[in-house]
Design a protein around this ligand. Structure first.
Ligand code: BT5
Length: 329
């Protein structure tokens, strides 16, 4: 009902629509219309009311509201209806929330979006800075026909989708992927991806793909070490605000496109697209893992997304996870 009312107000704006007309059209009471209008207002929609003329939409908030995001999305799986998008003004972590929903049987393509995370997570317990209304923090639930050990490929798939969504909106900005989960602009991190999964032996139950993208963060949002290593699209775009709504729609659409291509054609398309945008292969790298570190040349990517590094003596090692530092050439 809420979505229908909003759609109608959008179609009619700047004209008014009377409460009575809407009640008739949707076969509900005027009180129900009034309640839905209050709920839209509570989310930040600017709705003017006149006892004589009815209601008129005067402004849409720059928030990642499900109605705004699902609108015009052509997806069949990911966020394919406003109901599949769970929206929070503030939450601890969208990955945490989505994992709980997955345990309770949420369908594939369910998305959790938050304006702010109080405990946004990176890998290995690290934190992800997510101030209110400035970044894009979301998680996507996928249930691909995949062996658990092939899941690193999905981090690569998501990285490609985010790069493409940035290119759609800001074609002049050059974004590179540092294996496995970092997107860099001018050597600074603009996006991180956290892929988590539930699996047993060779059966994958689900993947939770968490994406944190710095859209409109300003210099003053970054403190401490982040001042030197992080950036945002705003900062790289001559301090011009980017539309978070548009960017989020592109991101979800590109995630769906890449996902369906993977399901239909296998890993090769993901790998070949990833290679186009990567800034890792051919470079000298040091890779830190819980087992220690290894230095060499990043040679290739395996079909499961693993990185193959060759050291100076020609010894090759395969990594499914790790923290890569690109050596200055
Ligand atoms: C990541 O981890 O880069 C994965 C980040 C994933 C965040 C998303 S937001 C939605 C979803 N819900 C969650 O709770 N998480 C996901 P990692 O590679 O471990 O990098 C973490 C490191 O990045 C930190 O230790 C900082 O150095 C840096 N960092 C933290 N916040 C940042 C930010 N906003 N921009 C750039 N770098 C940041």
């Amino acid at each position: 009902m809420r979505s229908k009312i909003l759609k109608l107000l959008k179609e009619k704006t700047p004209a008014y629509v009377s409460g009575e007309e809407m009640a008739k059209m949707f076969a509900v009471s005027r009180t129900s219309i009034w309640k839905n209008i209050q709920s839209l207002k509570a989310d930040g929609y600017l709705i003017e009311g006149s006892s004589r003329l009815g209601y008129r939409l005067a402004g849409i908030p720059d928030l990642l509201l499900p109605d705004e995001i699902a609108e015009r999305l052509q997806t069949k799986v990911i966020a394919s209806s406003p109901k599949k998008i769970h929206y929070y003004k503030q939450i601890d972590s969208t990955n945490n929330a989505l994992k709980k929903m997955a345990e309770n049987g949420a369908p594939e393509g369910t998305v959790v979006i938050a304006e702010e995370q109080t405990l946004g997570r990176g890998r290995l317990g690290r934190l992800w800075l997510s101030p209110f209304g400035k970044g894009i923090c979301l998680s996507i639930l996928l249930k691909p026909p995949l062996q658990p050990q092939d899941s690193p490929l999905f981090t690569l798939l998501a990285a490609v989708a985010v790069v493409k969504s940035i290119q759609h909106n800001l074609p002049h900005i050059s974004v590179g992927i540092k294996w496995p989960n970092d997107l860099l602009i001018n050597n600074r991190k603009v996006c991180g991806i956290l892929t988590e999964l539930k699996a047993e032996a060779d059966l994958l139950h689900y993947l939770v793909m968490g994406i944190g993208l710095n859209a409109n963060l300003r210099e003053e949002d970054f403190a401490g070490e982040l001042k030197n290593i992080a950036t945002s699209l705003y900062l790289e775009n001559n301090r011009r605000i980017v539309s978070r709504q548009k960017l989020t729609r592109s991101l979800l659409q590109e995630m769906e496109n890449s996902y369906l291509r993977y399901v239909n054609n296998g890993p090769e398309t993901v790998i070949s697209e990833w290679k186009k945008f990567n800034i890792t292969l051919g470079k000298n790298v040091t890779i830190n893992t819980i087992q220690g570190h290894f230095t060499g040349c990043a040679l290739a990517i395996d079909s499961d997304g693993a990185l193959i590094v060759e050291d100076a003596r020609g010894y090759k090692k395969r990594f499914q996870a790790g923290e890569v530092t690109l050596e200055k050439s």
